[in-house]
Design a protein around this ligand. Structure first.
Ligand code: PHE
Ligand code: NA
Length: 501
């Protein structure tokens, strides 16, 4: 622990942080969330959420990692003993669950990168995806055997992840991001440029940017903006604390947070333009409304996009391959960051080598991820994603800001720490955002979540299924965090000479 790993360069850290932030969420989540929540008008709540929660929390987490120089549990332990340690584990268990299904989506995208060249999905991409690729079960909750065509690429995803993580912080994570992020940027730029030069692109962009001002009056739109910003910036899940714990002592925290935040938003905006340009092309050629073809997530990437690629006037194969390869790269760099949280956490707490921690961590998540490579996998994935994300963000984010701002009153100390190393000085906006605005919005988010889930089952799934997969996953992450916090530290938590009280 004395020779704690470090990033080789400032750019290396920024690329890794941006690599974590820029993920599937930017490409398939943001365009739809923005469209659904007011289109052009959504930029107001979005920017507000970015400036009052996203970047302030990013600064907070960078400061914690930089100051305490440990994995999330160790950093939080140094902050205030076991009373805060559990926050680190909680984020880690949420990350663990996310990593198990996130890898599966990357595996699908790998398959589709190859399929693109020969448009293997044929004339009915929907039937192809659910039938031929996923071999989906009839009922939610049914497992129905492993699907080899998914399990195999999934193994490949884990193998890549394993090799990169085994390489360590500098020679593994930093190096991978240095290669993947620039390549991703070029591929994605190509996709977007091709998209906006399609016939009907403008129709799509009109639909995307058309401001629906009335929506600004709905609290749900503001809550959606906050939820998206948390997910998109990978905050509250132990990730940014872990990554910033590898920063050298002399590192500008605040500036790095702004760069990471704005880079992530730029990719989102670019994705929104690309996705809606393509949807405009499809809507125009079929003579329907953009709203009828707009969708998010799995459906957008693996059904709607293949349908559109089929109709494109040329370069279909390359367009498709670049699009899906972008998903693979964006996903991999995020997956690596998620895994690093538990690899670092286990190594710190149980005093095991990084190597062993990688073996155990990746091995376990790889094994569990096979659940989503079964015939019932898509239902499991959908429910796990909804419960772990929504509740993870609302509850962990809320508890984190309440403990740090109100209970332990640490913001003053952190402000000093950040200001001592940063060019931009934190002013009143930082404290006001974390003390008042963020708790109020997250509290509202939690209220809506509970209300909605009492009113009706998520996606109308059977209650028994939600009680085997949804709630236990959300509650389990918290319970496990308490269990892990109660275990004894096998490492001397004070050994690191390079952290200040
Ligand atoms: N930030 C990533 C994205 O936008 C997703 C992510 C969430 C990654 C949580 C890690 C943890 O897709
Ligand atoms: Na993101």
């Amino acid at each position: 622990m004395e020779n704690r790993s470090q990033w080789g360069t400032r750019a290396g850290f920024i690329l890794a942080a941006v690599g974590s932030a820029v993920g599937l969420g930017n490409i398939w989540r943001f365009p739809y969330v923005a469209y659904e929540n007011g289109g052009g008008a959504f930029f107001i709540p979005y920017l507000f959420a970015l400036l009052t929660a996203g970047i302030p929390i990013l600064i907070l987490e960078f400061t914690i990692g930089h100051k305490y120089r440990g994995s999330a549990p160790l950093s939080f332990f140094r902050l205030n003993g076991k009373k805060t340690e559990f926050l680190g584990w909680w984020g880690i268990f949420v990350s663990f669950v996310i990593s198990t299904y996130y890898a599966v989506i990357i595996a699908w995208a790998m398959k589709y990168t190859i399929y693109s060249f020969s448009l293997s999905w044929g004339k009915d991409p929907e039937a192809f995806f659910f039938g031929d690729v996923l071999k989906i079960a009839d009922n939610p909750g049914e497992v129905g055997g492993l699907v080899g065509g998914v399990a195999l690429p999934l193994l490949l995803v884990w193998a890549i992840c394993f090799i990169i993580l085994l390489g360590g912080v500098k020679k593994g994570i930093e190096l991978a991001n240095r290669i993947f992020i620039p390549v991703l940027f070029i591929l994605f730029l190509f996709v977007v440029i091709r998209a906006i030069t399609l016939d009907g692109a403008m129709v799509g962009l009109d639909a995307f940017f058309k401001p629906d001002i009335d929506k600004l009056l709905s609290p749900r739109v503001w809550v959606a903006a906050y939820g998206h910003i948390f997910f998109s910036l990978s905050i509250a899940f132990a990730i940014m604390i872990t990554y910033s714990s590898y920063l050298p002592k002399k590192s500008d925290i605040t500036n790095n947070a702004f760069i990471t935040g704005f880079a992530n938003s730029s990719v989102e905006l670019l994705a929104g333009i690309g996705v809606f340009a393509v949807l405009g092309f499809m809507a125009t050629s079929q003579g329907v409304d953009v709203g009828d073809v707009a969708s998010a997530g799995v459906g957008l990437a693996f059904v709607v996009f293949p349908e559109i690629i089929n109709q494109m006037p040329g370069m279909n194969g390359i367009f498709g391959a670049f699009f899906f390869l972008s998903l693979v790269l964006a996903g991999l760099t995020s997956l690596i960051s998620i895994c690093e949280t538990y690899i670092a956490g286990m190594a710190d707490k149980f005093n095991i080598s990084r190597r062993r921690s990688v073996f155990i961590g990746v091995g376990l998540s790889g094994l569990i991820s096979m659940l989503y490579a079964t015939k019932g996998g898509l239902y499991f994935l959908d429910v796990a994603d909804y419960f772990i994300n929504q509740f993870g963000i609302a509850v962990i984010g809320l508890v984190e800001v309440i403990l740090l701002a109100w209970v332990f009153r640490k913001l003053g100390v952190f402000e000093q720490h950040a200001n001592a190393v940063s060019d931009i000085r934190l002013g009143w906006w930082w404290k006001v955002s974390l003390t008042f605005i963020t708790p109020v919005v997250l509290g509202t988010m939690l209220f809506f979540l509970i209300k909605d889930n009492i009113a009706e089952n998520y996606e109308g799934y059977p209650t028994s299924f939600l009680w085997t997969m949804g709630w236990p996953v959300a509650i389990g992450a918290f319970v496990m965090s308490i269990v892990f916090t109660s275990l004894k530290w096998k490492n001397n938590t004070r050994v690191a000479t390079d952290y200040e009280e």
